[in-house]
Design a protein around this ligand. Structure first.
Ligand code: GLY
Ligand code: MN
Ligand code: MN
Length: 422
């Protein structure tokens, strides 16, 4: 069997048993408040490409994966009735319907149904209250989940090390990607998201997933956003490297210090919206120090200058899903917390709770489409366009760690994983 990192912790089995108790308790609560007696959770069905008989890579229902580490099996069900042992029904081509409770009117079904037969008569499919309760609960991770995520971080860090070495040896994006995959021992479809392996200007393309087959004449910079998974739990890690340019390296160091300062603010009770806005204030200082912009932080923020350099959110919840559910949920009724005005892409707006795991991923990029939008506005005079021209060939910088929320601070899964390599 290939190394999937789960054997690095002999305690995982015991932790899983405790995790299952928590998952059951969450469903007991959600079922009671939903007026239901049974939960039927469908792993999902593969989807066919248009006019084709090949399917897209299968992604199991995340609710199914949070019950058990089975990520690749479609057409399977978990049937859970409070007080009873949960039942796992693996895909059996014939006759698996009879194992579902007869009381269909007391069942809720959780999963994506694209054929009525998959629901076998259950009418309450994905009720909002049930899902909101489960999504809220999934925000805080169990000890088992935390350990899976620590291992996923170690796995990802091993891939990052191999990728950096390949970059420094002059490899192409494609070959760096292969070095990463070999180091983590995961196929493309097993990665939690498509790796972003970006040399030079490609670092400014936020979701760059092309992989150039040949190396550029000069490799100046490298931005890698790549994760791994263990038992279906993800890591989501970004690092940026300078090949040789000392000034770009100094800017990476500034962004690294900024990122750590924001991580320092992570604790129970912190409002993630405030951390995001604080990131813009610190970024304004970096822009001024790097001679990319001039002006007071508040002016650089209100003019849209910081947003043009840093157009995405500070981070998001992480777990079975890379962008884990429930980031905007205020309560079980489904009331949501809006992102701050002018920051629509922030995926997490909640007040932080113990054992949430989230990403902290500030960035700084030269995205001409966004910068050009500022021409003719007050921001145009704030920006030092010559320095922008200097930075453009390096693409951009992002540094992303996975952080667990604690009462007086945080645990940095990513930094710990890199430190454990040395
Ligand atoms: N890799 C996706 C993200 O950072 O959110
Ligand atoms: Mn992320
Ligand atoms: Mn990422």
């Amino acid at each position: 069997m290939k190394d999937d990192y789960s054997d690095k912790n002999p305690d995982l089995g015991r932790l899983y048993a405790e995790h299952l108790d928590t998952v059951k308790a969450r469903h007991d609560d959600a079922l009671e408040k939903s007026g239901a007696a049974h939960a039927v959770i469908f792993s999902g069905a593969p989807r066919y490409a248009f006019l084709d008989d090949n399917t897209y890579p299968f992604r199991a229902n995340p609710h199914f994966v949070s019950w058990l580490p089975v990520t690749a099996v479609p057409f399977s069900y978990i049937v859970y009735s409070p007080g009873e042992k949960p039942l796992l029904i693996y895909y059996q081509p014939k006759d698996y319907w009879h194992t579902v409770p007869a009381e269909r009117d007391k069942c809720v079904l959780i999963g994506e149904i694209d054929d009525a037969a998959q629901a076998f008569g259950i009418e309450r499919i994905n009720p909002t209250t049930t899902l909101n309760l489960l999504h809220l609960a999934r925000g805080s991770k169990t000890a088992y989940e935390l350990e899976c995520m620590r291992l996923a971080s170690r796995r990802g860090a091993d891939g990052h090390r191999a990728a950096e070495a390949a970059f420094r040896a002059g490899a192409s994006e494609f070959d760096i990607h292969q070095a990463y995959r070999a180091a983590v021992s995961l196929g493309d479809d097993e990665l939690p998201y498509g790796n972003i392996i970006a040399i030079n200007e490609h670092g400014a393309v936020l979701h760059y997933t092309d992989l150039e087959r040949s190396a550029p004449a000069e490799s100046r910079s490298f931005l890698i956003d790549a994760g791994a998974q263990v038992h279906g739990y993800a890591s989501d890690i970004t690092r940026t490297y300078s090949a040789a340019d000392a000034n770009f390296n100094a800017l990476i160091d500034r962004m690294d210090a900024l990122q750590l300062a924001i991580v320092d603010g992570v604790r129970v009770g912190a409002d993630f919206r405030d951390l995001h806005l604080e990131t813009h204030r610190l970024l304004a200082e970096v822009l001024v120090d790097a001679d990319l912009a001039r002006g007071a932080p508040d002016d650089l923020i209100s003019s849209g200058t910081t947003s043009a350099f840093f157009p995405h959110g500070l981070g998001h919840l992480l777990g079975v899903q890379v962008h884990d559910v429930g980031g905007h949920l205020a309560d079980e009724s489904g009331v949501t917390i809006d992102p701050p005005s002018g920051h629509p892409f922030l995926r997490l707006t909640r007040v932080l709770e113990e054992d949430m795991v989230l990403t902290i991923e500030p960035g700084l990029y030269v995205i001409d489409m966004l910068l050009d939008n500022l021409r003719g506005s007050p921001a145009e005079g704030q920006i030092n366009w010559d320095t922008v021209d200097w930075l453009r060939p390096f693409g951009g910088i992002r540094i992303e760690d996975n952080v667990r929320v604690l009462s007086g601070g945080s645990e940095n899964l990513t930094r710990d994983a890199f430190a454990a390599q040395e």
